[in-house]
Design a protein. Structure first.
Length: 60
């Protein structure tokens, strides 16, 4: 489902029921011309940020 842009969603964060969403349009963030402000760059240099991919499937 994810490969086709379909994903599960709930009405609220505490709602146990999920439904599938198949949006007609998907958002795309163009990265050409992307700019990081000086304060954000300093924040990123001072703080450790961890990004993960394809992990913790049971929790999701």
């Amino acid at each position: 489902a994810y490969a086709q842009g379909i994903f599960p969603m709930a009405e609220t964060a505490t709602d146990p029921e999920l439904f599938w969403v198949d949006p007609k349009r998907r958002g795309i963030f163009p990265l050409n011309g992307f700019h990081i402000s000086r304060s954000m760059r300093q924040f990123l240099q001072r703080n450790t940020i961890t990004a993960t991919l394809n992990t913790d499937f049971e929790t999701v």
